[in-house]
Design a protein around this ligand. Structure first.
Ligand SMILES: *[C@@H]1O[C@H](CO)[C@@H](O)[C@H](O)[C@H]1NC(C)=O
Ligand SMILES: *[C@@H]1O[C@H](CO)[C@@H](O)[C@H](O)[C@H]1NC(C)=O
Ligand SMILES: *[C@@H]1O[C@H](CO)[C@@H](O)[C@H](O)[C@H]1NC(C)=O
Ligand SMILES: *[C@@H]1O[C@H](CO)[C@@H](O)[C@H](O)[C@H]1NC(C)=O
Ligand SMILES: *[C@@H]1O[C@H](CO)[C@@H](O)[C@H](O)[C@H]1NC(C)=O
Ligand SMILES: *[C@@H]1O[C@H](CO)[C@@H](O)[C@H](O)[C@H]1NC(C)=O
Ligand SMILES: *[C@@H]1O[C@H](CO)[C@@H](O)[C@H](O)[C@H]1NC(C)=O
Ligand SMILES: *[C@@H]1O[C@H](CO)[C@@H](O)[C@H](O)[C@H]1NC(C)=O
Ligand SMILES: *[C@@H]1O[C@H](CO)[C@@H](O)[C@H](O)[C@H]1NC(C)=O
Ligand SMILES: *[C@@H]1O[C@H](CO)[C@@H](O)[C@H](O)[C@H]1NC(C)=O
Ligand SMILES: *[C@@H]1O[C@H](CO)[C@@H](O)[C@H](O)[C@H]1NC(C)=O
Ligand SMILES: *[C@@H]1O[C@H](CO)[C@@H](O)[C@H](O)[C@H]1NC(C)=O
Length: 418
């Protein structure tokens, strides 16, 4: 992979409806792994206990484990887990080809002398490596660790492979979500060079930021977090801004791209007439994998300028890329229209990616602003050698190594033929 940044952009107009109405996917799986009971979340997700198997899914050769002493306040969804001691796959019957959001939830607990936090494993989809050498210990976030992916899935069986690092280790998962995204969620622009996003590309979410605003959850159950932790230079001119994004006139199917709450707040930096001579900026920095391709989705909504066509500003990504954001570049004179821009950016070998906005010193309104930012990494391909043993054993006893080297016997709770 080249170390220089490759960047393309595509402008999309994105008038929004109020996003209070919830999205109801046509194809959806919300699985409560290792459990025989359903967990209904207040946000309209009903996680089905995956021991109640039916023909639309199978869990692969695995065991159910339960946390007998969960701390108060931990969601029942995380009281159980499914563990894999050998490579196996979780299968979902996908009834419609399309772009899917897939989430894996990990919340370690101890079961007798097994500590799920000791697990070290890979997770793969048929053509992509989802997680490599994954351990919840390596995660910098709090529990649950939720890993989110965007994949194009063809009608038929969709397999998620759990691959323990070696025979003494194991893999686990507490919950799995997979649901069809709204139409036109991604723009597959093959005419761009290099292609913006191809239908067979897959992405992993790294960051989703609500600039200048609070944490929010959206209609796709995605989590947006405040930007403050990622600010490196908030120049002294930096200010928060807020306002009301314009209601949708067209393309209501874009309302799930980002919630109004994201477009309602921003951070801005201005040049004042008597201000300093050098151009101020706001810069955010994010740790990313070295020399990896990313899809960056930038959300802006002009809540700042007084009349249309008076503002344009710079957006620079790391050292080598600069673009100009002009909310009215398409001749559209709407104010406060939610917009997003997609860029494909390769990271360099520094291990981070920085984003700077700076005003255009010659535009009428000398201000730069940002409302939201998403950074997703393109997944690498994977090939899985699946040692298939098509055997069905009813009362299989499995040995699971624990951290202290103590082996214990687990009774297999459910057994599926794969
Ligand atoms: C920026 O581009 C120059 C010239 O193409 C290249 O030498 C340099 O390594 C690039 N810097 C980064 C950080 O990618
Ligand atoms: C089987 O289980 C899945 C997952 O919970 C559910 O979506 C589906 O409706 C069930 N199918 C039948 C026929 O019960
Ligand atoms: C998947 O589900 C569809 C519709 O419920 C059904 O017709 C089809 O046979 C299922 N496929 C498999 C492989 O189970
Ligand atoms: C995996 O990639 C190959 C080659 O690109 C393609 O033919 C196949 O359909 C893909 N498999 C899935 C499950 O997407
Ligand atoms: C994962 O672990 C294997 C074996 O320990 C090692 O060869 C490989 O380089 C590691 N890969 C990553 C991405 O850490
Ligand atoms: C995660 O941590 C384990 C040790 O706990 C290590 O072996 C593994 O390589 C780490 N994986 C990554 C991706 O850093
Ligand atoms: C897990 O993935 C890493 C990196 O892709 C690879 O080196 C390692 O061999 C894989 N481990 C297993 C058990 O397949
Ligand atoms: C968003 O959802 C997460 C988990 O589903 C929850 O912990 C968090 O409190 C929610 N945040 C808001 C602002 O609703
Ligand atoms: C942003 O401004 C600071 C001074 O306020 C400066 O040190 C920094 O180099 C600028 N960043 C960029 C990317 O221009
Ligand atoms: C980013 O990476 C650097 C260097 O590895 C590390 O010191 C820093 O804590 C990381 N920041 C975050 C927010 O993870
Ligand atoms: C952004 O890039 C432009 C053009 O390369 C450059 O003039 C400007 O100084 C850069 N601004 C920041 C904040 O990095
Ligand atoms: C800066 O603003 C001026 C006046 O609107 C405009 O002519 C110029 O193209 C803008 N510069 C950039 C790089 O967009």
């Amino acid at each position: 992979m080249e170390s220089i940044l490759h960047l393309l952009f595509l402008l999309q107009f994105l008038p929004l409806l109020s996003s209070s109405e919830s999205y109801d996917p046509q194809v959806k799986y919300f699985m409560n792994c290792g459990s025989d009971s359903n967990v209904d979340l207040v946000d309209l997700r009903n996680f089905v206990g995956d021991e109640n198997s039916n023909l639309s899914f199978s869990v692969g050769k695995s065991n159910s484990v339960r946390n007998e002493n969960p701390l108060p306040g931990i969601l029942p969804l995380y009281h159980t887990a499914r563990i894999y001691t050998k490579i196996s796959h979780y299968m979902l019957n996908i009834t419609q080809t399309g772009s899917y959001l897939v989430r894996l939830h990990f919340f370690p607990f101890s079961f007798k002398k097994t500590h799920l936090a000791d697990a070290l494993f890979n997770v793969s989809a048929p053509n992509f490596s989802l997680l490599s050498n994954f351990s919840v210990r390596n995660s910098s976030t709090e529990f649950p660790v939720i890993k989110e992916f965007f994949l194009t899935i063809a009608e038929g069986n969709f397999d998620i492979y759990f691959i323990p690092a070696d025979e003494t280790r194991f893999a686990f998962v507490n919950a799995i979500e997979a649901f069809l995204l709204p139409p036109k969620f991604f723009i597959y622009d093959l005419n761009a060079t290099p292609p913006l996003l191809t239908i067979d590309a897959a992405l992993r979410t790294l960051y989703r930021i609500n600039v200048g605003g609070p944490e929010v959850n959206d209609t796709l159950w995605r989590n947006w977090v405040p930007d403050n932790d990622y600010l490196t230079f908030g120049s002294s001119e930096q200010a928060s801004c807020n306002g009301e994004p314009q209601e949708s006139r067209q393309r209501p199917d874009f309302k799930d791209i980002a919630p109004d709450a994201v477009y309602r707040t921003c951070k801005k930096v201005s040049i004042y007439n008597n201000g300093p001579s050098n151009i101020p900026n706001i810069t955010w920095r994010f740790n990313v994998s070295k020399e990896a391709r990313h899809l960056v989705r930038v959300h802006v909504c002009d809540l700042v300028s007084q009349s249309p066509g008076t503002v344009s500003f710079y957006l620079n990504i790391s050292a080598n890329f600069s673009t100009v954001i002009d909310p009215n570049s398409d001749g559209v004179s709407d104010m406060s229209a939610p917009l997003f821009y997609d860029y494909v950016v390769s990271s360099d070998d520094s291990g981070y990616m920085s984003f700077s906005i700076a005003p255009n010193e010659t535009s009428i309104t000398k201000v730069a602003f940002l409302n939201g930012l998403e950074i997703m990494e393109f997944l690498g391909s994977s090939t899985i050698k699946m040692p298939f043993e098509n055997e069905r054993r009813k009362h299989l006893a499995l040995k699971i190594g624990s951290a202290g080297g103590v082996a214990l016997i687990l009774r297999e709770v459910s057994q599926f033929d794969n």
